[in-house]
Design a protein around this ligand. Structure first.
Ligand SMILES: [Zn+2]
Length: 229
């Protein structure tokens, strides 16, 4: 059994890293492996990963295995809807499968979490299309890296839309950032040339929507509200 207290001292001096340190870790293999895996999560450095690993060591078997099973179920059952790319455990997703929704309207968002935010307002009863990102030429994100071709296919071929219904209006709900705006302009051109009506949310942000950009959005509303697509 390694001396964990001695290791605690030495870890405080080392740089943060998710990788095993040179010369090997003082932890037993399974502990080190868990620390490395936890350290891959966003915002989790080596120290946080160690703290979480020790929490799980102390936790009941039920609690620890509950976490393991949740991760397993997530990867086994959750996928993207084949119509709108929303996260779902059934295909098509419950939104696309809901015949009471207005399937002639498609609201385009960047990420599944944007869709959730809009759904939570209860103000929208049409369908969605999740781009899985936004265009970012500087980062090498091109149209083919997003679900744009699937969106255009839904417009030109109604059988590709939920319920086989023709799309009459596409609402752009991208975030009010440089890249979001660039993506909106690109989509507008592609969509308008296919004869579908294109509108945009008031700067793309529903009430209670995009948390970190909300204030900017309000400002952007005032400035950009004049713009029509
Ligand atoms: Zn769907």
């Amino acid at each position: 059994m390694p001396d964990l207290s001695a290791n605690q001292d030495s870890r405080n001096r080392g740089p943060r890293s998710a990788a095993p340190r040179p010369g090997g870790s003082a932890y037993p293999g399974p502990v080190e492996r868990l620390i490395v895996e936890l350290g891959r999560l966003p915002g989790i450095g080596r120290r946080s990963a160690e703290r979480l690993a020790f929490h799980l060591l102390k936790a009941s078997t039920d609690e620890a295995m509950g976490l393991a099973r949740a991760v397993e179920d997530l990867k086994k059952t959750v996928r993207h809807c084949s119509v709108c790319y929303n996260l779902t455990d059934e295909d098509p997703c419950v939104i696309c499968a809901d015949a009471r929704r207005d399937r002639s309207k498609v609201l385009v968002v960047e990420q599944p979490r944007d869709l959730i935010a809009i759904e939570q307002t209860g103000m929208y009863k049409g369908l969605y299309h999740v781009l899985m990102g936004r265009l970012s030429p500087l980062d090498g994100v091109e149209p083919d890296d997003l679900t744009i071709s699937a969106l255009l296919a839904r417009i030109t071929d109604p059988t590709k839309n939920a319920g086989g219904e023709a799309v009459g209006e596409v609402i752009l709900g991208l975030n009010p950032t440089l890249e979001g705006d660039g993506t909106a302009m690109y989509l507008h051109d592609e969509l308008a040339s296919r004869g579908v009506g294109v509108t945009r949310l008031a700067r793309g942000l529903p009430a209670g929507g995009s948390l970190e950009f909300a204030n900017k959005a309000v400002l952007a509303d005032a400035i950009e509200g004049r713009q029509r697509m």
